[in-house]
Every structure is written in C-alpha cells, then in structure tokens.
Design a protein around this ligand. Structure first.
Ligand code: 2M8
Length: 425
C-alpha cells in the first residue's frame, strides 16, 4: 500500500471506531472509551478534523469524578463482549458508569499540541477557548494524582492497579502482584482470550490478582484516600511519573497562555517536586529509571520502554542521556524493531506477550519526542522509521513483535492509526 492508501485506511479506522464523539480502541476486544487511547486518537483526528479531535477529549472529561479523577474506562453503554464491565467495578464517583482508577495523563500534552497546531487567527482563538474550558478540569485531575497517587510527597506517581499504568502485564508488576492475596473474586469468565490469541494475553494468575485488587478497592467504596492507604498494590511507575511530569510542563505552558498566574505558580511547584522525586526511581546498577514498590520499598530490576521517557519528561542531564543512548544501542543490536516494551536481555522478556516485549506505536512516538527534544534526532528518526515499517508491513495492529515485526493483538486499532497519521507516516 502507498502512504496515501495507508492514510485513507487509518482515517477510515478512526471513523469506523467512532461511536459519535468518542472512539473505541478496537471493536470487539475493547468496546468502550479508554482514557489514554482517546487522547492519542485526538492527535489522529486533528490531522483532518480539529473539531472532532477536541470533542474526543471533551467527552473523556465528561466522565471526570467529583474528586477530580478521570477514569481509565467510561462505560457509556453496557457491552457484554468486555470483562470486567461496570457491575464488577461497582463505582459511583462520577456522572458516567466507569472503572475506578485512572490511566497515564497524556491529555494536557495533547491539548497543548492541539492549541499549537491551530496557530493562526480564529482557529487559534477557538482552540485556546476550548483549552480554557478544559483547563480547570486538568488542574483538578493533576491535583488528584498528587494527592492520592503520591500521598507521601515523594515526587513520583504510583499506580494502584497494573491497568492504571496502561502497561498491564509488564514484568515490573510481577513481584508486587504476587504479594496480592487472591480474595473475593468468585468464578469469572474472561472475554479478552476469546477475541485474541490467549498466549499473547496476561495469564489467569494475573487476572485473579487484577480482580482481587478491584475487590479490595470496592470494599472501601473507591474512596481515594482509603485506596491510597490500603490498596494491596501501590507501585511508583516511571511511565505515569514521566508522562505526568511532561504533562505538567505542558499544563504550565497553557496556564501562562491563559493568564492563570496562580495556577502557573502551583504547577511550577509540582514540576520542581517531581524533578527531584524522579531520582527515587533511578537504579544505579542498571543506570536507568525503574519502578519502585512503595509497599515493599524495593526497586524493580529491569529496563522498560518507560525508562526512555525520562527525556520526554525533560530529564536530560548528562548521565541520563548517555545511559539511555547506550541502552538504546544495546537493545537495537538485539531486536530488529524498536522499542520493545521490556529489555530483551531480561529473563522476563517475551516478544509477543502484550506488555512484556512487544512494540507499541504511541510509546515510540513519546520516546522519539524526548530524543528529538534532547537534540538526538538520529535515534528519534530510527523510532519513527521502525514504527512506519511495522505499520506498512503489519497494518494498524495493537502491537508488534520487536523481533519479526509480526502484527499482534487486536486489529484495526485506533491509536496505531492516529499515531500513523500524526507522526509515523
Ligand atoms: C489494554 O488494557 C485493558 C485494560 O485497561 C485490557 O487489557 O483489557 C492496555 O494496553 C491499555 O493500555 C489500553 O488503554 C487498553 C485499550 O487499548 O488495552
């Protein structure tokens, strides 16, 4: 297929997955609105329909909870093809039935991007106006992260569930997950394994614990302070931490443009705290940022694709930069396509099992932005070219093997299409 055929195909996937203002990740496997999927999707829509791009994010924020949280899934209608659905979550914190935790907060960054794309005249004014309407909601959401995902003021953001990280079965969660007691789950039937190859999905032992964490949070009625205090899983995630730090820089830029001085000052404080806090995640032996289990006090022992997001977060000191470049080149000598979600030299790496090895287009996009902004355009371009190759050969799949490029998971995937349109093509 030529690039323009692929552009057409990518647009038609977005249009096909559009449910009337919000987009599902892919039909069948994921039939609801997911948080960070929707935000990346907005980047894709923005290449041909700015208004629709804004709508996507506005509809996501319609589901914001009273406490400020923006849920990871909005269940606008019940769909039996996905498990666990709204009745298993048992939440009541917001206006739309939803899951009970959040997902990586990419929204402020993409909103800034939408404002920056519409650079002239009326379109720019309209974009700023829409950003202004979302701004207080973003502030509330970011305050929620700091209050309930960093209650001890460490300057790092924890996730209370592997799903909150967006990187579900990442090896970094294994040990913390093993410590979760399997309780209050009863018999259940998964749906994901009937849509895609079960050997590529998380295992039953993972799902038992995913559901046990949900049961523990249901028991405290998803009260965020109680969840932070008692949740059996509470792990500081370099992915969410770096995405959040980056999002704060973009939120600050919006605050300055919108003339929100008090908020701008508040955000500057967050940025300073998080820049200092990121050191908590530095693994001196590995020379990279890793996850930190706040319950056990232990750092994890592997490099994930999120380690490379330090640059995207604006952490570009010489040590971080040189270490990441060295890791990048080492990994590039091991696999054909970058960036595997987990270090191929680690024993837990599995090239086709979901977040334990495969390449994800939107992660490549963020890592590449970080390298480019740090002045390393060669490595940034390598990531873009690999992403383009994978899509040209395998189509708009959910994820890809870093070794063979094989397309895997769900097909006709929204965020892969959006990243193609906005960056990889
Ligand atoms: C995957 O996660 C969901 C749970 O949230 C699942 O496996 O059921 C992850 O890849 C996540 O990052 C993504 O947002 C979601 C929808 O694409 O699927």
């Amino acid at each position: 297929m030529s690039n323009s055929d692929l552009d057409q195909k990518a647009k038609s996937i977005l249009i096909e997955n559009d449910q009337g203002g919000y987009t599902v990740p892919t039909k069948g496997l994921y039939p609801y609105q997911w948080n960070w999927d929707s935000v990346f999707v907005a980047l894709g829509f923005a290449t041909f329909d700015q208004d629709r791009a804004w709508r996507e994010i506005e509809m996501l924020f319609e589901g914001q909870w009273r406490d400020g949280m923006v849920p990871h899934i909005l269940f606008r209608k019940d769909d039996p093809s996905y498990f666990p659905g709204p009745s298993v979550w048992g939440t009541n914190g917001g206006p739309i039935p939803s899951s009970g935790h959040s997902q990586p907060p990419v929204a402020a960054t993409v909103i800034r991007e939408l404002v920056d794309t519409d650079v002239t005249g009326l379109a720019h004014d309209r974009a700023l106006y829409r950003a202004g309407a979302l701004f207080p909601k973003l502030m509330q959401w970011h305050r929620w992260f700091l209050a309930y995902r960093d209650p001890d003021d460490l300057g790092v953001i924890a996730v209370i569930h592997p799903w909150e990280s967006g990187r579900d079965n990442l090896p970094d969660w294994d040990e913390a997950l093993r410590a979760v007691e399997i309780a209050d789950i009863g018999p259940y039937e998964r749906k994901d394994t009937s849509h895609v190859d079960p050997s590529m999905r998380p295992q039953k032992a993972d799902y038992d614990r995913y559901l046990s964490i949900m049961a523990a949070c249901r028991a405290v009625d998803w009260d965020p302070a109680e969840v932070a205090r008692t949740c059996p899983f509470f792990v500081a995630d370099p992915g969410v931490t770096f995405i959040f730090l980056r999002a704060n820089r973009d939120l600050l830029s919006l605050a300055e443009r919108l003339g929100r001085d008090a908020e701008a000052e508040e955000i500057r404080g967050w940025i300073a705290k998080m820049e200092a806090g990121a050191k908590t995640l530095w693994h001196e032996g590995l020379k990279a940022h890793v996850a930190f289990d706040e319950r056990s006090g232990k750092l994890t022992d592997g490099i994930s694709s999120a380690s490379f997001l330090a640059l995207y977060a604006g952490i570009r000191d010489e040590t971080t930069m040189a270490s990441l470049q060295a890791h990048f080149d080492r990994i590039a000598s091991k696999v054909r396509y970058l960036m595997p979600s987990y270090d191929p030299d680690h024993a837990s790496y599995e090239p086709l099992r979901y977040w334990r090895g495969p390449v994800w287009a939107m992660i490549n996009y963020m890592i590449a932005r970080g390298f480019a902004e740090a002045g390393d355009t060669t490595r940034a371009e390598r990531l873009r070219a690999d992403t383009a190759d994978l899509i040209e050969t395998g189509g708009f799949a959910e994820y890809f093997s870093p070794e063979t490029g094989a397309a895997a998971g769900g097909g006709t995937f929204s965020w892969t299409s959006a990243i193609w349109l906005s960056w990889a093509s």
